[in-house]
Ligand binder design. Structure first.
Ligand SMILES: Cc1cc2nc3c(=O)[nH]c(=O)nc-3n(C[C@H](O)[C@H](O)[C@H](O)COP(=O)(O)OP(=O)(O)OC[C@H]3O[C@@H](n4cnc5c(N)ncnc54)[C@H](O)[C@@H]3O)c2cc1C
Length: 507
């Protein structure tokens, strides 16, 4: 170990919270290393419902602090990344016998007025006898409410935070597990294990951040040696993806008889995303997978509303994630707080550890600021809050500028099919032109893997976004996997395997 192996801060976990903290910290002048044992966003951060939302339902649990902070973040995040975050309108049909109309109206009034809404349109009432939103639904609703939230490509939000952190000087190491962290003298000695080579390497740090998401307790127990740690409640949530069920660009917010709610959201042009479930989870969060009972629950809940039932055979893809909710002793899974809790660990003269419990994609930036406040109290002040006005890579254009970006890319590369141009701008924003470079035809983009995935894009992801496997590319950096055959997915994996040493370049 030499002097170069000392960092002000080592972050465990490359989910949204770890990457958000690393970005904020390096931008203030701290030296930062982030270690992620698998791929960026391979944990909970790619398995969310993908909403930047206040959380209308949390109002029922009186989580006003969280809802207000989250509502205010909607427009902040949208401006930081208008390529991967955009407004969405939600239709909430009023269902006789479930929550009364006055309660929905009150909740939505609060939602509109609790804070931060400047650009997003307000709630309105829909006449379901005439509104096109009623078209795919059973003819049993006379009224619905339509309100605003935002959509986010969750996995890309993580990758872009990591990219920006690296551009500012952070070391981002994926496929790198923190296997041990011990206080030795006035610093942490941390063992990193490279998942590709199996080699281990030691570094030292002034401060350690445990942002291991659903592995936060396991990391405390097995990596830091705090055997009795038990702070989070693991709650599994699953989604199903079906072929598009409706043409309307709005999403649906359906109430279920068990008082839960599910969303049906337009997804990746040709699909509808339906979720989520909510039940206590035990075991390795990396192995969470949808159960048959969850598939049945989601199909039945959606079929209560859609004229055309959602059947098991309609399901083309599923995913499951595990919420690491702070264990506040609440009885039902859906009642545990969705708010985040930061807990500092370490005595007067000991190097400190900050544990992150809970959190949402929506509040990751505010969580990072709160962590930085603690860090600066411990290590000394280095900078100011800066992330609210700093666009993420590719997001340096106006919130109303998406169509302009699409037009510009189409003009510079007329051979690209318009749907492909839109998808590239959605993924990469102002960087999309860099990916297609000087290509004059589809042949110039290199090998075609299926859907609209070409070698030019895959190579970009390998060189700039730590993509290592077919799964990283097909299911996290892009969702091309939804439109590819098994054979095409294997070819993509083989291509990435063949160029493995090349991947060590990312960083
Ligand atoms: C079903 C579901 C729906 C949701 N919907 C929404 C939503 O619509 N909007 C919203 O705002 N939020 C939503 N959330 C919440 C949100 O997804 C999570 O709060 C957030 O992703 C947690 O991020 P994280 O960084 O803490 O954890 P993770 O994303 O799980 O990241 C932790 C990382 O740490 C790594 N790791 C663990 N141990 C080690 C180690 N020893 N060494 C190195 N790396 C390690 C893991 O591999 C993992 O990648 C949802 C959650 C679920 C489950």
């Amino acid at each position: 170990m030499d002097e170069n192996d000392f960092y002000d801060i080592v972050v465990i976990g490359g989910g949204i919270n770890g990457c958000g903290i690393a970005r904020d910290a390096v931008g203030r002048g701290f030296s930062v290393l982030l270690a992620e044992k698998e791929d960026l966003a391979s944990g909970t951060s790619s398995a969310s419902t993908k909403l930047v939302h206040g959380g209308l339902r949390y109002l029922e649990h009186y989580e006003f602090r969280l809802v207000r902070e989250a509502l205010m973040e909607r427009e902040v995040l949208w401006k930081m990344a208008p390529h991967i975050i955009w407004p969405m309108r939600f239709v909430l049909p009023h269902h006789e016998g479930l929550r009364p109309a006055w309660l929905l109206r009150l909740g939505l009034f609060l939602y509109d007025h609790l804070g931060g809404r400047k650009l997003l349109p307000a709630t309105k009432v829909l006449d379901m006898k005439t509104d096109p939103a009623a078209k795919p639904l059973k003819p049993m609703f006379s009224k619905a409410f339509e309100y605003s939230d935002c959509w986010v490509n969750d996995a890309r939000l993580v990758a872009l935070n990591a990219r920006d952190a690296a551009d500012r000087g952070a070391e981002i190491k994926t496929r790198t597990e923190v296997t041990s962290a011990r206080r030795i003298g006035d610093a942490w000695t941390i063992v990193l294990r490279d998942g590709l080579s199996g080699n281990t390497h030691e570094v030292r740090a002034g401060l350690l951040i445990n942002a291991a998401g659903p592995w936060v307790d396991k990391t405390l127990q097995q990596t830091v040696g705090e055997n009795n740690a038990r702070n989070v409640r693991l709650v599994q949530g699953s989604h199903i993806v079906i072929r598009r069920k409706f043409e309307d660009p709005r999403a649906f917010f359906f109430q279920n008889k068990d008082e839960r709610i599910i969303f049906a959201i337009p997804y990746e042009d040709e699909f509808t995303l339906i979720g989520t479930t909510d039940h206590d989870f035990e075991g390795d969060p990396g192995k969470a997978a949808i159960t048959e009972a969850e598939i049945t629950y989601l199909c039945e809940a959606a079929s209560e509303y859609f004229t055309e039932p959602v059947r098991r055979d309609d399901v083309v893809w599923t995913y499951s994630g595990v919420r690491p909710l702070y264990d506040d002793g609440a009885s039902a899974a859906q009642e545990a707080t969705r708010d985040y809790v930061l807990v500092e660990d370490g005595g007067e003269n000991e190097p400190r550890l900050i544990n992150i419990f809970g959190g949402k994609i929506t509040t990751y930036r505010r969580l990072s600021e709160a962590v930085l406040e603690k860090i600066e109290r411990i290590l000394g002040r280095r900078g100011q809050s800066w992330t609210a006005d700093a666009p993420l890579p590719g997001g340096d254009f106006d919130v109303a500028g998406f169509d302009g970006q699409v037009q510009a890319l189409k003009d510079s590369h007329p051979f690209l099919e318009i749907g492909h141009v839109r998808r590239l701008v959605r993924r990469y924003g102002t960087i999309a032109g860099q990916i297609v470079g000087n290509a004059r035809s589809y042949n110039d983009l290199g090998k075609h893997f299926g859907a609209d995935l070409y070698a030019a894009e895959v190579d970009y992801l390998v060189a700039n976004e730590w993509a290592v496997s077919g799964e990283d590319v097909a299911w996290r950096r892009t969702k091309s996997g939804l439109k590819m055959t098994e054979e095409q997915l294997s070819e993509l994996s083989a291509y990435l395997d063949a160029s493995k040493p090349h991947h060590l370049k990312a960083g």
